[in-house]
Ligand binder design. Structure first.
Ligand SMILES: Cc1cc2nc3c(=O)[nH]c(=O)nc-3n(C[C@H](O)[C@H](O)[C@H](O)COP(=O)(O)OP(=O)(O)OC[C@H]3O[C@@H](n4cnc5c(N)ncnc54)[C@H](O)[C@@H]3O)c2cc1C
Length: 381
């Protein structure tokens, strides 16, 4: 691996790898097949400081940066992408939205519980009619004498069934388009707030994906997160960090699938020799390793720039686009190298192959990443 990590970053990688291999790997198959959300792993992730790496220590976080965060997500995804997705939605979407634009009181109220992992967070932007076009949000938030009243259904919310804290986008002024969307903080137990249908999926089966429903859900005035009308714009900023996590997650999936193929190609014999001795297989392995390294470099470059305080909209989209499409290609080639056995549930590669498909869709599809990148190229010319 060509990455030039500091000693501390190397320690994070080592610690998360050891944890994932010892404590997650033995359960991956069972959680996936039973579509079990592994709630019992959250306290262990918390003990290791993995539920709030990027937040200051005074807020219960790890006081580290996006490079360490990406390292942790990559190492978790190398073993189980569902666990990585749970951590990613909690950290870079929910908690980070509150940390980025919350008032001091909101930060103090919510971030310590979330960053320490005592509470689980989710982030709800998507709706049935508002996917790529998140500006089509229909959920409403109307002012009341005591604060706000939310009504609507959010779809595809990672951690939606289990979250203690939900950040959700809702329309506060239908006449203002994108500028009429605001963000809100909703807590488990508030009347009128409940999880809805839990999705059964192709991959990421141990990650919870659910509707969240608001029925006359009353929030106090301080339920509003950020300025009124800034919810959509703030979401785009939040997604810059979120896309770095999906890029890292993609690198981890690709790395796991590559290692499985490398091992298998040296065990499987056909025509009297290991299949790794065939040039056709060697070229696949060479291409896979090269693409993974390129994806990793783009991902960690975006993470480094973010840690240095730069705007990373283009870099995060490039990393997410390339890494997610790499994960799809590499997992496909790994399956091919496994032949018929790759098609069986007995081998880990079919799960990598299914999990990778989420990465070109979640937090903006590949088509949307290309739009973001092209817009930034054209705007800067
Ligand atoms: C497992 C999972 C977890 C998720 N977690 C969350 C979460 O925690 N929070 C959350 O808010 N959302 C979440 N999502 C939702 C995800 O972000 C959306 O699915 C995604 O943004 C795409 O929206 P859509 O599914 O409505 O597809 P659509 O927007 O309907 O897109 C359908 C197709 O049309 C293409 N398309 C759309 N517009 C254009 C265009 N202008 N030009 C070219 N092509 C276009 C798309 O690229 C896609 O190929 C999750 C989704 C999944 C599957």
């Amino acid at each position: 691996m060509a990455l030039d990590l500091t000693a501390e970053q190397g320690q994070v990688r080592h610690a998360v790898r050891e944890f994932a291999e010892n404590e997650i790997a033995p359960h991956v198959k069972e959680w996936d097949q039973n579509e079990t959300f592994p709630a019992e792993i959250i306290p262990r992730l918390s003990e290791l400081g993995l539920m709030g790496i990027i937040f200051p220590e005074k807020f219960g976080g790890g006081g580290l940066g996006y490079v360490e965060y990406a390292t942790a997500i990559e190492e978790l995804a190398r073993v189980d992408a569902s666990v990585a997705l749970t951590v990613a939605a909690h950290t870079s979407l929910c908690t980070n939205h509150i940390f980025l634009v919350g008032t001091e009181a909101q930060r103090e109220k919510h971030v310590p519980g979330l960053a320490s992992g005592k509470k689980l967070g989710c982030w709800s932007l998507t709706e049935a009619e508002a996917g790529s076009d998140a500006g089509g949000t229909r959920t409403t938030a109307e002012r009341s004498e005591t604060g706000w009243v939310l009504n609507g259904i959010k779809t595809f919310t990672t951690n939606g069934s289990y979250a203690d804290v939900c950040v959700a986008m809702a329309v506060t002024n239908p006449d203002l388009g994108h500028h009429g969307i605001s963000a809100f903080i909703i807590e488990k137990g508030m009347p009128g707030f409940r999880p809805g249908h839990r999705e059964s999926k192709l991959g990421m089966c141990a990650s919870d994906t659910a509707e969240v429903i608001f029925e006359d859900c009353r929030l106090p005035p301080e339920g509003l997160l950020g300025e009124e009308g800034h919810g959509f714009i703030d979401s785009l900023k939040v997604l810059d960090g979120g896309r770095i996590s999906i890029a890292a997650l993609s690198v981890g999936i690709a790395q796991g699938a590559f290692e499985a193929a490398l091992t298998y190609s040296q065990q499987r014999r056909q025509f009297g020799q290991q299949i790794s001795e065939f040039q056709g297989i060697q070229w696949k392995l060479a291409d896979m390793a090269t693409e993974i390294e390129a994806a990793r470099l783009l991902t960690y470059q975006a993470a480094r720039l973010k840690d240095e305080g730069h705007s990373v909209t283009r870099e995060a989209s490039m990393a997410k686009l390339f890494a997610s499409e790499t994960a799809v290609r590499v997992t496909g080639e790994s399956l091919q190298i496994h032949g018929g056995y790759g098609f069986l549930k007995d081998y880990p590669v079919e799960k990598f192959y299914r999990d990778a498909r989420l990465c070109t869709i979640g937090e903006g599809t590949s088509e949307i990443q290309r739009m973001v990148i092209a817009r930034s190229l054209l705007d800067s010319h």
